[in-house]
Design a protein. Structure first.
Length: 260
């Protein structure tokens, strides 16, 4: 069996590093079909480059055979051409690497933006009926408005104040959820997890629990703890199979390449 030349070994190693780098990036890819298609195209190009490397390796083998047999005619020209071909392939690999990394980053950014925008679609609760606590509604709506405009530190403070003033409010579980989601949106993922776990512990029967579990899994993905994220998603699907959050969890598990 012919041994691979050093140039081929270098290029092959670079390709392996590129493919390995796709694994963590892929953990965050969810709903961006365009980005996924782009990555698939880049992978096809990588396969084509690998085939070209194989052809060059065969040519190198023939050159080595000529060296062993003493046939030196045009050998220097062939070697120079091979070097140029390898340099061109390395350039293609670098371009493919940049394209894939760019697509993965755009997909992660799009997911975070989409997740935030979906939450912002939640409409404020109807105004309190006559005799209701209007100050409670005003406090909640003011906190939610801070989240909607992207002022997450102010939203966190406002929701926490709401929970202190109205711990028994029907809106308390949702206020706790938005506290956690505000931490998530400000990329304080550890605090987001703690806040959502507090919701699950304090309000275990709330309709907000599935959303809290999904937010925990999202934060774990951002922290790179894929194993914990998969467990959180599986638990969500098992406990709340009919919830909208469970549907999202299934898609995220599929994106992570998860298997039970």
């Amino acid at each position: 069996m012919k041994q691979r030349g050093p140039e081929f070994t270098y290029a092959r190693g670079l390709m392996a590093a590129l493919l390995f780098a796709l694994v963590p990036a892929h953990a965050a890819l969810f709903d961006d079909d365009e980005a996924r298609k782009q990555i698939a195209v880049e992978r096809a190009r990588i396969d084509d480059v690998l085939k070209q490397l194989g052809v060059i390796n065969d040519r190198l083998g023939k050159v080595e055979d000529q060296l062993k047999s003493g046939g030196l005619l045009d050998l220097q020209t062939q070697i120079e051409q091979l070097r140029q071909d390898l340099a061109a392939l390395r350039g293609q690999i670098e371009v493919l690497n940049n394209n894939i990394e760019g697509a993965a980053k755009r997909q992660r950014d799009m997911y975070v933006d989409l997740d935030t925008r979906l939450h912002r679609l939640e409409q404020p609760a109807p105004a309190a009926a006559a005799g209701g606590n209007s100050s409670e509604d005003q406090a909640y709506d003011a906190a939610k408005n801070q989240f909607d405009i992207g002022n997450y530190p102010a939203a966190i403070a406002a929701f926490q104040d709401f929970l202190k003033q109205y711990p028994n409010s029907e809106r308390a579980p949702r206020a706790q959820y938005w506290t956690g989601n505000s931490y998530y949106s400000s990329r304080d993922f550890k605090s987001a997890i703690e806040s959502q776990r507090a919701l699950i512990k304090t309000y275990p029967y709330s309709d907000s629990v599935p959303d809290a579990m999904l937010n925990i899994a999202s934060a774990q993905i951002e922290l790179g703890d894929t194993k914990a994220a998969k467990k959180s998603l599986h638990d969500l699907i098992a406990k709340y199979p009919l919830s909208d959050a469970a549907d999202k969890a299934k898609r995220r598990l599929a994106a992570l390449g998860a298997k039970k």
